[in-house]
Design a protein around this ligand. Structure first.
Ligand code: ZN
Length: 254
């Protein structure tokens, strides 16, 4: 394999221009550029709790009020953040590239706020609330917290119209991803000519499997990251830097 770093930016731009289908997959790194913490490491500590303590079905069963308090804190942080240039370039590519699909591990909704018309969300969306009992009722809280006005009195836990508790519509530790969403992501990776892997360490399944699937089906895999990742040695091109800077430069060459 050629050393990835030897591939210049304008070569990657050519790949994008000539591709019949481009897929971008994004992770925490692109949101970090907007000041959104990952909530998984030390930056996600809240009081004395970590994400591993709170983002689980067990925690919600035991202390739903505490879990909701944590999610409201996260929502408040996210609502103050703004989409960055990386988000905005990807939103523009939905129309300027021939066929462009966006797959994200992020739950913050920043891609949508940047204008991306369609986002395949592997881990759900923190602004959606759904019935924890599985009756299928879903509420969109993205415009206002008032959308979940109906809460029980002591714990501030939203209550479903079926009477059960409502929970954030995100994938928690110990939970499986929606197989339909995973299958769609895999199918996109199989069919694309270029896969961009942006701001993700490429360690967590299924996002970690997408570059491999794409590569085996003949796609170019391009990493955009500030840091070296486990994917770096296998990528066809590695573009080091913040996604906002790198994607803007790429866009200027298209
Ligand atoms: Zn329900």
């Amino acid at each position: 394999m050629e050393p990835a770093l030897s591939v210049p930016l304008n070569q990657v731009a050519t790949w994008l221009r000539e591709a019949a289908s481009v897929v971008a997959t994004t992770g925490a790194g692109i949101s970090a550029e907007s000041g959104v913490p990952t909530f998984r490491g030390a930056d996600g500590l809240w009081r004395t709790f970590s994400a591993a303590d709170l983002a689980t079905p067990g925690a919600f069963a035991r202390q739903p009020g505490l879990v909701w308090e944590w999610y409201r804190w996260r929502r408040a942080i996210i609502s103050r953040a703004q989409p960055n240039e990386g988000h905005r370039v990807l939103a523009r590519w939905a129309t300027s590239l021939r066929r462009f699909s966006l797959v994200t591990q992020n739950v913050d909704g920043l891609h949508q706020r940047a204008g991306s018309p369609e986002v395949l969300e592997l881990h759900g969306n923190i602004w959606r609330t759904r019935c924890a009992a599985g009756c299928g009722h879903v509420v969109d809280d993205s415009r206002s917290e008032a959308g979940i006005a109906a809460t029980d009195e002591d714990q501030q836990v939203p209550v479903c119209r079926c009477g059960a508790r409502m929970r954030p519509d995100v994938v928690w530790f110990g939970e499986a991803l929606d197989p339909a969403v995973v299958n769609r992501a895999m199918a996109l990776a199989e069919r694309c000519d270029v896969l961009l892997v942006i701001g993700t360490s490429a360690l967590v399944y299924p996002a970690a499997a997408l570059p491999d699937v794409a590569s085996r089906h003949g796609a170019r895999v391009v990493e955009v990251n500030v840091d070296e990742t486990p994917l770096s040695p296998f990528a066809d091109a590695v573009l080091r830097g913040p996604s906002g800077t790198v994607l803007r430069e790429l866009e200027s060459l298209l």
